[in-house]
Design a protein around this ligand. Structure first.
Ligand SMILES: Nc1ncnc2c1ncn2[C@@H]1O[C@H](COP(=O)(O)OP(=O)(O)OP(=O)(O)O)[C@@H](O)[C@H]1O
Ligand SMILES: [Mg+2]
Length: 277
């Protein structure tokens, strides 16, 4: 009898497993690319920059992080690449608590996370091609890899015809596109952009957002910090809002179709923001 009980239980367990919704099985197999668990950051001197922040970002998402100046956005970004460590709580990347990664292995983590900053951080003494090539050289890429990947990245951002220019021979928008090419050249699974349009005019900002959106369509998860609430609301993507170091808003993607392509997206944005074609 005991034996048949066991086999009945096994059969039932088997059925339960079959019934488990697909997305739950999926989620167990692939942890979110970003997860914060009650992450708090208190700077020396006592300023609480982040307070018990919990959030998850799944692979392939496009997420905006918004909030007033000083609310902790850059602090959060810096914690994701372990430039800062949380005072309490955990920061996980692809399921791994990054506090447990040895210092020696931190460069490996950062190789898998592209970063774009407002001030571009370009190398002024190197031309466009070399600025991107350098990002690959430092991670030990072979020459043939560099020769094939750099032109692709520059074409993607629309700088294919400016490879010999130096940064001071580029417009602000072009410099930002160059910094995006550099962040993306290695096709990282995660791209973080901290106010990538902060110094740019609205028209150029839309171009940058379109570019980040195009990168997201290749499968890269994109997290964009911005002050530009109007742009964010119009893009109808997931928005996480911070205020005084706490999450005060987490709104999922809006209504428009996921099938919208880059051109349609650009047209809609221009239209909704009242910009001329
Ligand atoms: N190294 C530091 N030491 C002490 N306080 C800091 C440090 N870095 C940031 N802060 C403080 O922590 C708070 C959050 O800073 P953070 O740079 O994350 O803000 P932010 O949301 O990115 O602002 P902004 O939109 O102006 O870039 C601010 O009050 C800031 O003054
Ligand atoms: Mg900031």
């Amino acid at each position: 009898m005991a034996r048949s009980d066991t086999s009945t239980r096994r059969r039932l367990r088997g059925r339960a497993a079959e019934r488990r919704p697909e997305h739950l099985t999926e989620r167990r197999a692939k942890p979110p690319i970003i997860e914060l668990r009650h992450a708090t950051k208190i700077f020396p001197g006592g300023h609480v920059a982040l307070e018990r922040v919990s959030l998850r970002v799944d692979r392939g998402e496009f997420v905006f992080l918004v909030g007033p100046t000083g609310c902790g956005k850059s602090t959060l970004i810096k914690m994701l690449i372990r430039e800062l460590a949380p005072t309490e709580g955990e920061v996980l990347i692809a399921g791994r608590d990054i506090a447990t990664i040895s210092n020696k292995k931190i460069p490996q983590l950062r190789r898998r996370i592209g970063t774009v900053f407002q001030d571009f951080k370009l190398l002024d003494s190197r031309n466009v091609y070399d600025n991107v090539a350098y990002a690959l050289q430092v991670i030990g890429a072979s020459r043939s890899e560099i020769r094939s990947k750099v032109p692709d990245a520059l074409r993607l951002v629309g700088l294919g015809d400016k490879i010999n220019n130096f940064p001071d021979q580029l417009s602000g928008g072009e410099q930002q596109r160059l910094s995006i090419a550099r962040a993306f050249v290695n096709h990282p699974p995660l791209l973080l952009a901290d106010e990538p349009t902060g110094n740019l005019d609205p028209e150029t900002s839309i171009g940058i957002m379109q570019l980040l959106y195009r990168i997201n369509r290749t499968g890269t998860t994109v997290l964009v910090v911005t002050h530009d609430r109007e742009m964010v609301d119009k893009m109808r993507r997931r928005v996480i809002g911070l205020a005084d170091g706490r999450v005060v808003r987490d709104q999922s993607a809006g209504m428009y179709s996921d099938d919208e392509n880059t051109t349609e997206f650009g047209l809609r944005l221009r239209d909704e923001m009242g910009l001329e074609e």
